[in-house]
Design a protein around this ligand. Structure first.
Ligand SMILES: Cc1cc2nc3c(=O)[nH]c(=O)nc-3n(C[C@H](O)[C@H](O)[C@H](O)COP(=O)(O)OP(=O)(O)OC[C@H]3O[C@@H](n4cnc5c(N)ncnc54)[C@H](O)[C@@H]3O)c2cc1C
Length: 332
């Protein structure tokens, strides 16, 4: 353990004026790590936090809220925020630095890691502490998802990791005490790697990660039109349409629908997988679902090992059959 470095920092992200849920998920995990390390949990907030933000961060267990700002202008672009966080890290020397594996976190964290000359493990699926050595164990899929690798950052500090939304549960800390709010301003140099010329809104603003019900289709659909059937069932039960990478790679549906290691991590109450074999990379993104139903014509398909209910058969018989039953139920 490096004695000159202490505390666990979580970078807070704001999305549409609200704190992104991944920040609370990381604070919840940070609380568990803190128990092992016996250090403080610090929410790092770029810019000025409102009363509501501070209250929320306290409820999720932050001991301290570090508001970091630029002396010249508000903390805005990723480059500026990265520079401000680096300055704060050099002064405060945290042991661990965590952020969500969102577009924001994925842009920010490499900028910080490169400048601080430390390691960064992206897309972790588990974080824990080696009790004897008091170091962070960062687990993530490796070699195409065929193994889970546990990565250590042996010498440099801070130990940095990103985690995708919904990998960890967010849990409010009962009876949370008021966090200490510390405000610091830094004066970053004028260094700009990129300039935003225009901001375009993505055509598809689907957020499958938040869906409570997902009906997903795979290569077993056999043709792109198969997704009409999948979407019909999804609409009928108030859900969203998901897909395997196999189907996305064939161009049958857009990447926004992809579930898995290189797609979205989802944890709906109900996940219905139709014509999906259940490769480890797919399971990595949906194994946290409440109830999993699999429809596959191959009784040995690995998806059945992850499923709570399995239906062996042709999805083109089974899905229309389910739709018919639902319609019958509605008309009663
Ligand atoms: C680095 C890396 C990252 C990856 N990331 C992802 C990821 O994020 N998400 C992901 O999904 N994959 C990912 N993959 C790909 C993954 O390994 C699989 O190739 C992919 O999930 C297979 O998609 P599939 O299940 O739709 O197709 P297949 O494996 O071809 O399975 C099709 C299934 O449909 C069944 N079937 C066929 N016809 C019917 C029918 N009429 N009725 C019922 N069942 C039928 C078959 O029995 C079969 O089990 C990744 C791979 C790598 C190497």
């Amino acid at each position: 353990m490096r004695l000159d470095h202490k505390n666990i920092w979580v970078i807070v992200e704001k999305k549409d004026k609200e704190i992104h849920p991944v920040s609370f998920e990381l604070l919840s995990k940070g609380l568990a790590l803190k128990k092992e390390l016996g250090e403080s949990l610090v929410a790092v907030f770029p810019g000025d936090a409102g009363k509501k933000d501070i209250n929320m961060l306290e409820q999720y267990g932050a001991d301290e809220i570090l508001l970091i700002n630029s002396e010249r202008s508000p903390a805005g672009s990723c480059e500026t925020v990265a520079e401000l966080i680096c300055m704060a890290v050099e002064e405060e020397k945290p042991q661990v630095l965590l952020a969500g594996a969102t577009i924001y976190g994925r842009t920010l964290m490499p900028l910080i890691a490169v400048r601080l000359k430390t390691g960064l493990t992206a897309d972790c699926t588990e974080l824990s502490i080696d009790r004897d050595r008091k170091i962070l164990l960062q687990t993530r899929p490796a070699f195409g998802g065929n193994i889970m690798a546990t990565i250590e950052c042996a010498d440099s500090r801070p130990q940095m990791a990103t985690v995708r939304p919904r990998v960890f549960r967010m849990e409010k800390k009962p009876g949370a005490v008021k966090a200490m709010v510390v405000s610091k301003s830094y004066s970053p140099g004028v260094r700009r790697a990129a300039r935003v010329l225009e901001t375009a809104v993505r055509e598809e603003s689907l957020d499958i990660g938040q869906a409570e019900v997902i009906v997903a289709g795979g290569r077993g659909l056999g043709k792109p039109e198969g997704f009409d059937l999948i979407s019909e069932l999804a609409d009928k039960i108030g859900g969203m349409t998901g897909a395997s990478r196999g189907a996305v790679d064939l161009g049958w549906i857009s990447q926004a629908h992809q579930v898995g290691q290189t797609g979205h991590t989802v944890s709906p109450k109900l996940y219905v997988a139709c014509g999906i074999s259940g490769a480890v990379q797919h399971l990595a993104g949906m194994k946290g679902s409440g109830t999993i139903i699999a429809v596959n014509e191959d009784p040995d398909a690995p998806i059945f090992e992850a499923a709570d209910y399995g239906i062996v058969g042709d999805l083109y018989d089974i899905v229309p059959g389910i739709l018919k039953e639902l319609e019958r139920g509605e008309s009663k």
